[in-house]
Ligand binder design. Sequence first.
Ligand code: HEC
Ligand code: HEC
Length: 207
Amino acid sequence: MLNQYQIFQGKVLQVALMLAIVSVAHSAPALSGASRLYAPCVPCHQPNAWGSPDGGIPNLAGQRKRYLEKQLSVFRSGARIDTAMQIVTAHSSLNDKNTRIALAGYLSELDANPRPVNGSGVHLSVGQELFAHICAACHGVDGRGELNNPAPRIAGQHYPYLRRQIEEGASLHKDLAPPEMTSALRGMSSQEKDAVADYISRLGNLN
Ligand code: HEC
Ligand code: HEC
């Protein structure tokens, strides 16, 4: 039989354990500072930042730090429009530029998605030619972007996301894109846009 004192001791122990669990959860020792910043992004961009399984939400892993940081800023300012991302980046946790830089740095260090969603595969040689002649100058011959160049890595990005961005770039919706790029995209047929997006989505397999 437990006496009153032992019952009291048991309760103290229980409370102490609960407090310990709560404080562990708060300090989250398993997550570094930047990966904790990434936690609210997981439902959409997935735990490894490889984007949604249907390829509509982009891979962020291995993207250029400078580009990621800029996108977080332009979603916040409204210069780039997307309802989900404007709500996410308006959150006070991203008010500080250094926080956005830390998050961009964390994502840029992750391994890119090795199995992005690709297109139909029927016009890859057309895509290769367009890429080499028009896109490689800024995005790099391997599509991974270059240091000190604002053009992002596009190699291995999901085909559905790329195709949509190419369409928006072409219709000048994305007015952040350089005019050389938008005029090239506007001159392309829809079949050529499919082909170049498909080719680029497969460049990631060179990882
Ligand atoms: C509710 C879903 C959702 C959440 C949560 C979310 N995102 Fe996004 N994100 C999107 C969508 C959708 C796009 C594509 C927008 C477009 O089509 O222009 C996107 C695009 C981006 C881009 C642009 C990528 C590129 O290649 O241009 C970045 C960077 C980004 N998200 C970072 C984040 C970060 C960091 C977080 C967490 C702080 C986050 N996202 C949370 C849905 C989400
Ligand atoms: C003159 C340089 C230049 C050329 C040429 C160019 N791009 Fe770009 N591209 C950029 C820059 C800079 C950005 C980033 C714009 C921004 O900050 O939003 C970009 C962004 C993109 C994006 C959006 C990436 C993302 O993650 O949202 C896609 C897709 C893209 N380019 C595809 C192409 C394709 C396809 C071609 C060739 C037909 C091409 N680009 C040619 C400079 C260029």
